[in-house]
Design a protein around this ligand. Structure first.
Ligand code: AMP
Length: 481
């Protein structure tokens, strides 16, 4: 990361020049630190803004005390938000002052309301169509954000439109024709509409949000974002939210923000060891399936996400687990959009309690009350590990994350532990009990292989190979997992 001069001003006075927190480095959690001490506001070091603007300490204030108007406070109450989360306490007053913001926060921290409330408040003061645009990397996240806007803005009758790939363009054009206040979009499809939908322009836009900016850029959206930014008015407020601050995100912020303040809150789930219990299970590769079944039995009745690295493995495990009577449902990027939303819906409603997923599911999806995360395949980078385990132990609840480490994964695991800044314990699995499952699991494996053959044949018949060539804009927000 290029040197960006920052000062910590939120909690301590006098501010200390030398205190450049590592809070934002590659998503590394601030282990066991106190959550209050971890929220910060800092000014970007542009020559014009070298001095610090004192921020209010994040004392426990109500939404009203942060400056939120009555009708929106009521909406928060209806949503069950008793008090602002740390990212909301830090961001909302600054956003209401009209500042551009870079929020370093993840899904689960309450960041959607942190940007939605100030935008809705500004909208109430001066209602107009195409007031705000939120860009998100995945379709599911876009749907989720628009739902949050609608729920929080219900008392002020806000109109939103979701513009994402994989859905009918004509009905989206009609939705845009109704002049919504807020558009939540994935970049590819938005650009298609900007180029092809008559009468649609964002020239009067007042607020732009780039949510999960690190993910947006991961998915090669860079050139597309540049194109979109060129057709937006410069006179606007911009909020950029990201779980991590990579050099790509830095370049994005420089291109599109004006004199921004940085707000960073490391989410409490990483700070309290008692709420998130992390462990690993060191076992040979060939025994992974059997240990998975063992663990799912151990956590029977609880909701779990099993993360894998490939679409094939996701689908295979879903077949295997179903054969053994588990309520498992797969989620990956090669399912149709409606199948993905359907899978998530079933998992949310608990009609299935095991979601087997590629990292598509780790990206920004708000899946409430997940008790257990099992990393069946380790992620290749620690950033993704942090996203994955962030699906559990949210909002003060407890959670468990167990990672399978095989003979091939030791180095990756050491890197992850390095990023976490601590060594984790090995999960205590009773080997005798595990091996009792061997025969049943082996039968189920054979069955799953057969099912996979049928599945692959069906997919082949439908004409696959769409990932072979250059990805279309529509494909980009689909992700490859
Ligand atoms: P987000 O990080 O925006 O995806 O939010 C994660 C979850 O926290 C969502 O289910 C929100 O509805 C919920 N949430 C947001 N703000 C608050 C709050 N102040 N108090 C309680 N829950 C909240």
């Amino acid at each position: 990361m290029p040197a960006v001069k920052k000062r910590k001003v939120a909690q301590e006075a006098p501010a200390d020049d030398s205190d450049v927190s590592s809070n934002d480095s590659e998503g590394t959690p601030q282990a066991e630190a106190d959550s209050e001490a971890n929220s910060q506001v800092s000014e970007e070091a542009t020559p014009a803004a070298a001095d610090i603007e004192a921020a209010q300490p994040a004392a426990k204030k109500s939404f009203k005390e942060l400056g939120i108007i009555e009708s929106l406070c009521e909406a928060c109450e209806t949503m069950g938000y008793k008090a602002p989360t740390p990212i909301q306490s830090e961001s909302i007053p600054l956003a209401l002052q009209g500042r551009d913001l870079i929020g370093l926060a993840e899904t689960g921290s309450g960041k959607t309301a942190a940007f939605a409330l100030p935008i809705l408040q500004a909208l109430m003061e001066k209602p107009q169509p195409f007031f705000g645009l939120v860009l998100a990397p995945t379709r599911e996240l876009a749907v989720q954000i628009s739902q949050a806007f609608e729920a929080l803005g219900s008392t002020i009758a806000v109109r939103t439109a979701v513009i994402v790939g994989g859905m009918d363009m004509v009905s989206q054009s009609i939705a845009l024709g109704k002049k919504p206040h807020i558009i939540v979009a994935t970049p590819g499809r938005l650009m298609d509409h900007l180029e092809n939908t008559r009468g649609f322009s964002l020239r009067s836009l007042k607020y732009l949000v780039m949510d999960e900016a690190d993910r947006l850029l991961d998915l090669d959206f860079g050139p597309l974002l540049d194109k979109i930014l060129r057709v937006l008015p410069k006179e606007r407020r911009t909020f950029l939210f990201s779980a991590t601050l990579s050099s790509k995100v830095e370049s994005l912020q420089r291109a599109s923000l004006s004199n921004p303040l940085r707000v960073s809150v490391s989410s409490s789930k990483y700070q309290t060891v008692s709420t998130l219990k992390q462990a690993f299970l060191l076992r040979p590769h060939k025994h992974k399936d059997i240990y998975l079944v063992y663990l799912l039995n151990e956590f029977a009745g609880q909701s779990a996400i099993v993360f894998t690295r490939t679409v094939h493995e996701t689908q295979r495990l879903a077949f295997l687990l179903r054969t053994l009577g588990f309520g498992a449902i797969p989620l990956h990027g090669q399912l149709s959009q409606s199948a993905r939303l359907g899978a998530l819906g079933k998992f949310r409603s608990r009609s299935r309690d095991i979601l087997v997923a590629t990292d598509v599911a780790a990206r920004g999806l708000d899946i409430p009350s997940v008790d257990v995360v099992l990393n069946f395949d380790l992620p290749t980078d620690s950033k993704t590990y942090i996203h994955r385990v962030g699906r559990t132990a949210r909002a003060g609840k407890s959670g468990v994350a167990i990672s399978f480490v095989t003979q091939y994964d030791v180095e990756i695991w050491q890197r992850i532990e390095g990023a976490l800044g601590k060594k984790l314990d090995e999960y205590d699995a009773a080997k005798d009990e595990v091996m009792v499952l061997a025969e049943r699991v082996s039968d189920a494996q054979r069955y799953a292989i057969m099912e996979m053959k049928n599945y692959d044949e069906k997919r082949g018949a439908r004409g696959r190979n769409k990932f072979g060539g250059k990805r279309s804009r529509d494909e980009m927000d689909k992700d490859e997992g």
